[in-house]
Design a protein around this ligand. Structure first.
Ligand code: ZN
Length: 136
């Protein structure tokens, strides 16, 4: 089982790591390490032939799964489809979901859980260019 390590933290940021993605094992949630207030991010990895051991649904949060490596199947209620490295799957509230690894290589993914319909401004409607000194 991989661990989450808090590497450094300031007043306005937290920097955590789960280590090398190709060596990641198990499931880890990052909210407690980073102190995130807008979403819960987790890393997961499923060995060949395995699925998450339960189906689940969410009442208020949508989930966005980003497949980092491997391939497999994703089930949402009674619909099943293929997924692979590079797949991004948004799952709405109120439906059951699960994923299974069918590749030799582990299926490694990120899941971002956030309140459904909470996204207002984003990218350049929320960002502004600042005049910070470049220290890099
Ligand atoms: Zn979930």
């Amino acid at each position: 089982m991989s661990e989450v390590k808090l590497l450094n933290k300031g007043e306005k940021f937290a920097h955590a790591s789960v280590g090398a993605i190709n060596a990641f094992e198990g499931k880890q949630f990052l909210k407690d390490a980073t102190g995130a207030t807008s979403c819960e991010i987790s890393f997961g990895s499923l060995p060949c032939g395995t699925a998450v051991p339960f189906f689940h649904c969410h009442k208020n949060n949508e989930e966005n799964y980003i497949i980092l490596s491997g391939s497999g199947k994703f089930q949402i209620d009674n619909e099943v489809f293929d997924i692979a490295e590079g797949s991004v799957i948004r799952v709405a509230t109120g439906c059951s979901r699960n994923l299974k690894c069918t590749s030799e290589a582990p299926l490694t993914y990120i899941c971002i859980q956030a309140r459904e319909n909470s996204l207002g401004e984003f990218t350049m409607t929320d960002a502004e260019i600042t005049e910070s000194e470049n220290l890099m």
